[in-house]
Ligand binder design. Structure first.
Ligand SMILES: *Cc1c(COP(=O)(O)O)cnc(C)c1O
Length: 399
C-alpha cells in the first residue's frame, strides 16, 4: 500500500475561539478568498466542473432556510422546501435521459456519489445475490458504495479508448453464474456503466453491456452519467447511454458541465424497482431518498441554471465545449503531445507535462497521462497558452 499523504493541520488563523470574531473582518477575508478563486479560474483546465456561471443576483436566497425533506413529490409538514422547483428539474432531466416522471422516481441529492449509493441500494433489493460489475475506469465512488452496502464488486477490464470490455464482462458474468448456480435464472448482474469516464471521457454502450452481462441471468443496469449525461444527450450521433437504451437507474451531477456554486446530483430510478413508499410519519411525508434534510438552495440554483439555458441553450453550450475540445486536440497534436479524445467528449488526454505545468494549469494526471476538460470556462486562448507552455517545457528539456 502506498503511504497516505500527511494530513493538513488546521490553520491557526482560522480557529474558532471562545470569543466572537469581528464579522466584518471575516467577510472581507472570505470575499478575498472568492476573488482569488475567480482570478485562478481561467487556469483550471483539468477538472469537469464548469466555473462559468453567474448567480450572484440570487444572493438574497442566502437569507432564507430552504430545506426539502422527504420525497420531492410528497408534501411535508415543514413546508420550507423547494419541491415544486425540484420537480421541474427532475422533469427536465428525466426527459433529457429518455424517461418521464410517471415511470421514473427522482430526487436532487447532495452529489452523484450519494445518487450512486441510492441506486445501488435499489439494485440490491432487485437482485440480492448479484455481483456489481464496473470497469477499471469507473469512479471510486462505486467501490466505496459497494463496500458500504456489502456488495461484491467485480472489476472488468477496459479497452484502450476507455470503455468497459464487453467480452470480459460476458466471461466474468458467466463465471459467476457457474459459481452461484441458482435454480433457473442465475444470480443476475448489476452493471454500473459509465457515461463519461473520469480520465478519458469514454461512454460505455449499455445495449452491448446488458447483452454481455445476461450471461449471469437477469441484469440491472445503472449508468453513472455524472459528467457525461448532459453531453451524451446533446451529442450527434447519440451514444447508447439512457433510459431509452435500457437503463434501470442513472445519476447526473449538477456541478459538472452545467456549473453550479454548490455540488448537487440527481438520482433517477425506474419507479417499479423501488419499494412502494417509506413513510416518515413525523413529517407527514414519504421518503425514499437517502438523506433526510436536503439542500433546497442547491435545487433552486440548479433550477435557475437550467431555466436560463433551456434545451437549446444547453445544446449550444455542449456544442461550444465540444468545439473547444476539438480545437485543443488539434493544437496538442501539432505540439506532438499525443492527444486522445473519445468522440464527442470534452476530455482531451495528452502526454503528462512537467510538474510546474500540472500545477499552473490544475491538470489531472494518472501515470504518464494528463487531461484537460473543456467545460464552459475553458477558452481557446487558454488552450493556446497551455500549448505555448508545452513548447517552453520542451525547449528546457532540449537545452
Ligand atoms: C464526478 C463524477 C462522480 C462523482 O460525482 P460527485 O457529484 O462529485 O459526487 C462519479 N462518477 C463520475 C464518472 C464522475 O465524473
Amino acid at each position: 500500500m502506498s503511504a497516505s499523504p500527511a494530513p493538513i493541520l488546521p490553520d491557526a488563523g482560522l480557529a474558532i475561539g471562545a470569543q466572537p470574531f469581528d464579522p466584518a473582518a471575516d467577510t472581507e477575508h472570505l470575499l478575498k478568498l472568492a476573488h482569488a478563486m475567480r482570478e485562478e479560474e481561467r487556469r483550471v483546465l483539468g477538472f469537469p466542473g464548469n466555473l462559468d456561471f453567474s448567480l450572484e443576483d440570487l444572493a438574497p436566497l442566502l437569507g432564507v432556510f430552504f430545506n426539502s425533506v422527504g420525497d420531492p413529490e410528497s408534501s411535508d409538514a415543514s413546508n420550507v422546501g423547494a419541491k415544486p422547483y425540484e420537480q421541474a428539474v427532475l422533469q427536465f432531466l428525466a426527459t433529457t435521459a429518455g424517461a418521464d416522471l410517471v415511470d421514473t422516481y427522482g430526487y436532487v441529492a447532495s452529489s452523484s456519489s450519494e445518487a450512486l449509493l441510492h441506486a445501488l441500494a435499489a439494485a440490491r433489493r432487485v437482485l440480492p445475490t448479484a455481483c456489481v460489475y464496473a470497469s477499471d475506469q469507473a469512479h471510486y465512488s462505486i467501490a466505496r458504495a459497494c463496500e458500504l452496502l456489502r456488495m461484491e464488486l467485480v472489476t472488468i477490464s477496459s479497452l484502450p479508448e476507455g470503455t468497459m470490455d464487453a467480452e470480459d464482462l460476458r466471461i466474468q458474468a458467466f463465471i459467476r453464474r457457474r459459481l452461484k448456480p441458482m435454480v433457473g435464472r442465475g444470480p443476475g448482474a448489476i452493471v454500473v456503466a459509465t457515461c463519461g469516464t473520469t480520465m478519458r471521457g469514454a461512454v460505455d454502450d449499455i445495449v452491448a453491456l446488458r447483452k454481455a452481462a445476461s450471461a449471469a441471468g437477469p441484469v440491472y443496469m445503472h449508468v453513472d452519467a455524472a459528467s457525461g449525461g448532459l453531453i451524451a444527450a446533446h451529442s450527434d450521433p447519440a451514444p447508447n447511454w439512457s433510459f431509452a437504451h435500457g437503463a434501470d437507474s442513472l445519476n447526473i451531477s449538477g456541478h459538472k458541465i452545467l456549473g453550479l456554486p454548490v455540488p448537487a446530483g440527481v438520482s433517477l430510478v425506474r419507479r417499479e424497482l423501488l419499494p412502494e413508499t417509506n413513510a416518515a410519519e413525523y413529517l407527514a411525508a414519504t421518503d425514499r431518498t437517502l438523506a433526510c434534510s436536503r439542500s433546497g438552495l442547491a435545487t433552486l440554483l440548479l433550477w435557475a441554471r437550467l431555466r436560463s439555458l433551456g434545451q437549446t441553450g444547453l445544446a449550444a453550450l455542449v456544442r461550444r465545449c465540444q468545439d473547444t475540445a476539438a480545437y485543443a486536440a488539434g493544437r496538442l497534436e501539432d505540439a506532438g503531445a499525443n492527444p486522445g479524445r473519445f468522440p464527442g467528449s470534452l476530455t482531451v488526454t495528452f502526454d503528462r507535462p512537467p510538474a510546474w505545468m500540472v500545477d499552473k494549469w490544475h491538470l489531472a494526471c494518472t501515470g504518464r497521462l494528463a487531461h484537460i476538460v473543456t467545460v464552459g470556462h475553458v477558452t481557446p486562448a487558454a488552450v493556446d497558452e497551455l500549448v505555448a507552455d508545452l513548447a517552453t517545457a520542451r525547449r528546457a528539456v532540449a537545452a
